[in-house]
Design a protein around this ligand. Structure first.
Ligand SMILES: [Mg+2]
Length: 370
């Protein structure tokens, strides 16, 4: 089986609920996605998707993803997509760094490999551990009142897990989280995600003033060592997200005892294959794990769902359904969402049917019979 054709599309995916807001004024109105299709010589087609969150979230930006995919894709023509380790090694040799550029291409190879095996991707990722995964919703950064009302609405919609954005002015964030915690029923799971917005001094001030509230502290500061210094005086679980890019990061976090859990983002790590490797090691080392991504819609959410459901249930934190965030629909049979839980579509590979006619004209077309 060989990759014969490659197409890449740019798809803008506006948010249903308006701008997505993080601390320090960081916000985005849409995901700006790159979607790739790989056509194989046996007629199968595999799909991959990558979308950064604006230009501020990770070391990635939409125009970079488009330019990078155009630069890297020709190297995959003629390759066997099932040889995932070889494909990833090749991508790392010919294109140094820039894991986000490789993510959609690897995802499409994984989709093809599973379709060729006539198996759902979850089977190739270690096997299905449960029928569904619990979803969380984000309480984006805003006024005390707005955040408390949004949290109430989300809980009213049946969700039990909230990620509350903090990392702005400490005094205000203490008020915001206190109001959110008071607005939701006891037992609601709260993550306070600072998105690396604080110094250790600020993070400790926040943690000290909110110690009566039950929450998990997510990525308070930029570096692993800064987070470690917060961790030493923290009586709560900690999860790192932005700090987890490479296997070395994971091992350092483990060695130093910085976190109890990790959020693995597919595009930040460089694709499904590498995320699976980090996920498996994280599980072995005793971490709690969330597998998600920086953005996307049906294709990317399907990949997240296959990775989430192949993570042992007792080690899984939660998942997210990005296709419910955006106003565009790029595939049918997306991961089914029932209340606060998400499953995976039936069928081989990612299990979705991409609506190619909705993607517009490709910005890249390679190979015979394009
Ligand atoms: Mg996070």
């Amino acid at each position: 089986m060989r990759i014969e054709t490659i197409k890449a599309y740019r798809v803008l995916q506006p948010f249903v609920d308006g701008p997505y807001k993080m601390s320090k004024g960081r916000h985005a109105d849409a995901f700006d996605a790159v979607i790739v299709s790989l056509g194989a010589d046996n007629g199968l087609v595999g799909w991959g998707e990558m979308a950064p969150l604006g230009t501020f979230y990770s070391d990635a930006f939409a125009a970079g993803a488009q330019a990078g995919v155009a630069e890297l894709a020709p190297h995959l023509l003629g390759r066997d997509p099932r040889a995932l380790a070889q494909v990833n090694r090749l991508m790392d040799v010919v294109f140094k760094g820039h894991p986000y550029v490789k993510s959609a291409l690897d995802m499409a190879c994984c989709d093809l490999a599973a379709r060729a095996a006539d198996a759902p991707l979850v089977t190739l990722l270690g096997g299905r551990e449960s029928e569904t995964a619990e979803l969380y919703r984000v309480v984006t950064h805003g006024s005390v009142d707005t955040m408390a009302k949004l949290a109430q609405r989300i809980v009213g919609d049946g969700f039990r897990r909230l990620q509350v954005k903090v990392g702005g002015d400490v005094k205000g964030d203490i008020e915001r989280v206190t109001a959110v915690a008071a607005a939701v029923p006891k037992g609601t799971v709260i993550f306070c995600d600072a998105n690396a917005g604080w110094t250790p001094f600020q993070a400790r001030q926040f943690a000290d003033a909110t110690r009566e509230i039950d929450y998990v502290f997510e990525q308070p500061c930029v570096s692993i060592d800064e987070c470690l210094s917060v961790r030493r005086s923290l009586g709560k679980p900690m999860v790192l997200d932005e700090s987890v890019v490479t296997l070395e990061n994971l091992l350092e976090i483990h060695r130093k005892g910085v976190a109890d859990g990790l959020t693995l983002k597919i595009s930040r790590i460089g694709g499904v294959s590498k995320t699976r490797a980090l996920r498996d090691l994280a599980v072995e080392l005793g971490f709690m794990v969330t597998v998600e991504d920086t953005g996307g819609a049906e294709i990317d959410t399907a990949a997240m769902a296959h990775l989430s459901l192949s993570t042992p249930e007792e080690r899984r934190l939660h998942a997210i359904a990005f296709h419910d965030w955006v106003t565009v629909k790029t595939a049918v049979a997306p991961p089914p969402v029932n209340g606060s839980r998400m499953g995976i579509p039936d069928g081989p590979g990612l299990g979705i049917d991409v609506l190619a006619e909705r993607l517009g004209n490709p910005f890249l077309e390679l190979g015979q019979g394009k």
